[in-house]
Design a protein around this ligand. Structure first.
Ligand SMILES: Cc1cc2nc3c(=O)[nH]c(=O)nc-3n(C[C@H](O)[C@H](O)[C@H](O)COP(=O)(O)O)c2cc1C
Length: 92
């Protein structure tokens, strides 16, 4: 899914895309747009993503003015991408 999203973004002229499995919270500030892919498990986002946001909050990472988006695989309810969007929008 991430490959498909990256391919779509790369098709836009002037857009540089970096696809990472993991990004250090303090490095998030280096990007103009952040797209997060995340599956839903037990009606929740994954622990590694929660930890990443927790660390970003502790380190006071400021993402104001950046574009944010989320996508993800799921079986039936698919809450995780919405949770990620909500956190990016309200906290960061
Ligand atoms: C233990 C377990 C719990 C799951 N809980 C949910 C859930 O609450 N809601 C949902 O939509 N999908 C749920 N799923 C389906 C997963 O989201 C789906 O298998 C996953 O997105 C596949 O992506 P992945 O292989 O990258 O983890 C669950 C799957 C497993 C194995």
């Amino acid at each position: 899914m991430a490959d498909a999203v990256a391919e779509g973004a790369r098709a836009v002229q002037g857009i540089g895309v970096e696809l990472n499995y993991y990004v250090a919270p303090e490095a998030l500030g280096n990007y103009d747009a952040i797209l997060i892919g995340i599956p839903t498990y037990h009606h929740d986002m994954t622990v590694d993503m929660k930890s990443m946001f927790e660390e970003a909050a502790v380190k006071d990472v400021n993402l104001k003015g950046k574009t944010g988006a989320a996508f993800g695989s799921y079986g039936w309810s698919g809450e995780a991408p919405r949770m990620v969007i909500e956190i990016m929008k309200n906290k960061f």
